[in-house]
Design a protein around this ligand. Structure first.
Ligand code: CP
Ligand code: NVA
Length: 303
């Protein structure tokens, strides 16, 4: 692993190794055993979009691993004043040991990775959110004992999260059924490539088809960051694409419900389901910390 921009660039062995390291690291942390392989190392975080979980979990991860993190928003750096990415990437590489980037276009992070001499980690782009989906798979393993043989469903927007889920299913081989309204399908090229590798990935416009006998139900906001102006039109288009008690009734009795958060209660998920016994959203959020510690360990120490 040189960078972590998408899940599809990882092999199954690499993903399994990260998941193993995260589980071991989580147990070690809960037992109060220190693990400081990143002493003296610095992580730079360059964020062009808002964040609670990604920022705090990466900063905390670095602290727990013995290193430190520096947060840079585009507003108060030269990035917001137009300094080219290729210059910023080369300068940052002279100071820090890895960089997390949250931005809009996926091409932006690709350019950072091209010019950076240190690992670049995708903290979300319009096209992918790999760290979140890796944390989600860790959560599934904790709750279900593994991912093999499960039916995972996605209900809602074919967005960055959906694309990363498709790549996770491509690499790990589980069944993934996505229910998306017409016009809001996942990225065509990502889907096409994934289906050719894992034919158990498919998109439907039927929420019921996706949710029936599902082991894992997943959703996300109808309007992602940067789509605020489309919010009204999207609210209309996504009517019915909600995880609620009726949809839960179609899934397996022991199904779990996931949401990367932040959630818009009573839009893509009802408050009742989110606060209900099958919701694992808080463990899912916690697991961002543990998977990212594994990612940092792997990329910076190269274990
Ligand atoms: N799920 C997630 O990435 O949350 P933040 O936007 O708060 O980082
Ligand atoms: N799809 C959402 C995820 C937020 C973590 C967005 O991009 O805004």
């Amino acid at each position: 692993m040189t960078h972590l921009l998408t899940i599809a660039e990882l092999t199954k062995q690499e993903v399994d190794k990260l998941l193993d390291m995260a589980a071991t690291g989580k147990a070690r942390h809960k037992a109060g055993i220190p693990h400081n392989p990143l002493r003296g190392k610095t992580l730079g975080l360059i964020f062009e979009k808002s964040s609670t979980r990604t920022r705090v979990s990466f900063e905390t991860a670095m602290h727990q691993l013995g290193g430190q993190a520096i947060f840079i928003s585009q507003r108060d750096s030269q990035i917001g004043r137009g300094e080219p990415i290729k210059d910023t990437a080369r300068v940052m590489s002279r100071y820090v040991d890895a960089i997390v980037i949250r931005t809009f276009g996926h091409d932006v992070i690709e350019e950072y990775a091209k010019y950076s001499a240190v690992p670049v980690i995708n903290g979300l782009t319009d096209l992918h959110h790999p760290c979140q989906v890796l944390a989600d798979v860790l959560t599934i393993i904790e709750k279900k004992g593994g991912y093999d043989g499960l039916k995972v469903c996605w209900i809602g927007d074919g967005n960055n999260m959906a694309n990363s889920w498709i790549e996770a299913a491509q690499v790990l081989g589980f069944e993934l059924v996505l229910a998306c309204p017409k016009g809001y399908y996942p990225d065509e090229a990502i889907l096409k490539k994934a289906v050719a590798i894992n034919p158990k990935i498919r998109v439907t416009e039927s929420v019921d088809e996706a949710a029936t006998n599902a082991d894992v139900l997943n959703t996300d906001v109808w309007a992602s960051m940067g789509q605020e102006e489309e919010a009204v039109a999207r609210k209309k288009a996504f009517e019915g694409f909600q995880i609620n008690s009726r949809v839960m009734g179609l899934a397996r009795k022991d199904a779990i419900v996931m949401h990367c958060l932040p959630a818009h209660r009573n839009e893509e998920i009802t408050d009742e389901v989110m606060e209900g016994p099958q919701s694992v959203v808080w463990d899912e959020a916690e697991n961002r910390l543990h998977i990212q510690k594994a990612i940092l360990d792997r990329l910076i120490v190269k274990v």
